[in-house]
Design a binder for this molecule. Structure first.
Ligand code: SF4
Length: 78
């Protein structure tokens, strides 16, 4: 299964919420004001929109990568 995944670097995120402004259906902030990704896997049709949201992060805390079946890289707290 192909598609895309957005990964949050929780050590970098400063909670500026630019990503939420760009794609409020994709991102939220958790109780520590760190971004979380609300959807684990995105279709290819979503790539360009996601890439624009990823680029909005001022501290480069977001990464767009091809989805794999590896667990634990969805940006959610464990
Ligand atoms: S734009 Fe970057 S720093 Fe701001 S909440 Fe999103 S991931 Fe965190």
């Amino acid at each position: 299964m192909s598609g895309w995944r957005v990964v949050v670097d929780r050590d970098r995120c400063q909670g500026y919420a630019n990503c939420l402004d760009a794609a409020p259906d994709v991102f939220d902030l958790d109780e520590h004001d760190i971004a979380v990704v609300l959807t684990e896997r995105f279709d290819d049709a979503e790539h360009d929109r996601l890439e624009r949201a990823v680029r909005r992060c001022p501290v480069a805390a977001l990464r767009l990568e091809p989805a794999t079946d590896r667990p634990g890289t969805d940006g959610r707290p464990r």
